[in-house]
Unconditional design. Structure first.
Length: 105
């Protein structure tokens, strides 16, 4: 059972982009953007990821190790954080707007 002290189990994930060698995930917590994850699958079988945690969205610094473990367990079945083959850069950021270029008609 999840609790307020366990925000990681309450994150709802949505894949927003997928290519043959990368993917982007957005995690929401209580209806707010909380985490963005960019994963890059490298030719040697390893994975490099950037995890952006939105300040004030409910995932504090103390929850980051559990967050990385959850990302590893849920989205990276071929590699293991504890055994190598995965590296994460973690960034704390203020929330910002999303911008997308307009397509010409």
């Amino acid at each position: 059972m999840s609790t307020a002290a366990d925000p990681i189990s309450r994150i709802r994930w949505k894949r927003t982009l997928r290519t043959p060698s990368s993917e982007r995930l957005l995690g929401t917590l209580d209806g707010r953007d909380a985490v963005a994850v960019d994963l890059h699958f490298l030719a040697d079988g390893s994975v490099a990821g950037t995890v952006t945690v939105v300040d004030g969205a409910g995932v504090g610094a103390e929850a980051v190790p559990a967050l990385l473990t959850a990302i590893d367990d849920d989205f990276l079945p071929g590699v293991d954080l504890d055994e190598g083959g995965v590296s994460f850069t973690v960034v704390a950021a203020r929330a910002a707007e999303s911008y997308e270029s307009a397509r010409e008609a």
